[in-house]
Write a protein that binds this ligand. Structure first.
Ligand SMILES: [Zn+2]
Length: 266
């Protein structure tokens, strides 16, 4: 009981705008938008494939991230991202993680209501395409030079440490009495990654809430990326971005987190 209240406190602490989330009225829109207006929530009826197509278009031009809860039975997209922030242009190329520069907050009260009232839900957000020259740079990289660009590729595609932490806090605390089938996905220019916790991690992390959990996730991602770039990448000759991501996800399997990457066909 004590543990659960700790988890809930942490989850609420992370998403501190709960009152904004619950009180904002919904507006039905004809398509998906990046909505940075915190006083209104957009709801769109659209099937999943059409929604993903629209998100792929938005991420090419958007200066902000956006998040939705998609309800497969109703074919509805409920926009759930608030307090979107964009990077300052100054020094922005120095960042490796897209979530280090872009951020938003999920509306916890509203997301919880959706997963309580529906059989299944997919929580989507996207990473804006930030490293504009990345494909070109990778294509022209000579030998070891490619190592410079791989973190940018992986951090564009991968959920950030904060994304995984938010998912884990919801799964372990906020959704802990919810029966709906919930999944978490991030869309980037290169494809969709579904991310979750394994059963073993559920058991392990329920005893390590809060800061320990956040540290464990960040360290895990950092070390996995570092090891991959230092030890696996040099063994692949002239790798394409597809070969790099395939090898990376192969390396991540069988751990506390599940990652399932579906690349987009260009
Ligand atoms: Zn993210």
């Amino acid at each position: 009981m004590k543990l659960r209240s700790l988890l809930l406190t942490t989850a609420l602490g992370l998403t501190s705008c709960i009152s904004v989330g619950i009180s904002r009225p919904s507006v039905v829109t004809d398509t998906l938008y990046v909505n940075t207006n915190n006083s209104q929530r957009y709801i769109t009826r659209m099937n999943e494939a059409e929604g993903i197509k629209k998100i792929r278009h938005l991420l090419e031009t958007s200066e902000f991230e956006e998040a939705w809860t998609y309800l497969p039975e109703k074919k509805e997209w409920h926009e759930v991202g608030i307090n979107e922030k964009k990077p300052s242009t100054e020094n922005s190329e120095d960042y490796c993680s897209s979530d280090g520069v872009f951020s938003l907050v999920f509306e916890p009260g509203y997301v919880r209501k959706l997963v309580q009232e529906n059989e299944s839900a997919i929580i989507y957000h996207f990473h804006p395409f930030f490293f504009r020259n990345l494909d070109n740079q990778m294509e022209h990289a000579q030998g070891k030079e490619i190592q410079r660009y791989v973190p940018r590729l992986l951090f564009t595609i991968m959920p950030s440490g904060e994304d995984i932490h938010t998912m884990a806090l919801h799964e372990l605390g906020y959704f802990n009495d919810v029966k709906a089938d919930v999944s978490w996905k991030v869309v980037s220019k290169y494809g969709i990654v579904e991310y979750g916790l394994t059963r073993e991690a559920m058991k392990e992390y329920s005893f390590r809430a809060g800061k320990n959990l956040e540290d464990a996730i960040s360290q895990y991602l950092y070390l996995s990326t570092k090891l991959f770039i230092g030890m696996v990448l040099p063994s692949i000759e002239n790798p394409t971005s597809q070969e790099i991501t395939d090898a990376f996800f192969e390396r991540l399997r069988g751990t506390n987190f599940t990652f399932d990457f579906t690349p987009f066909k260009q």
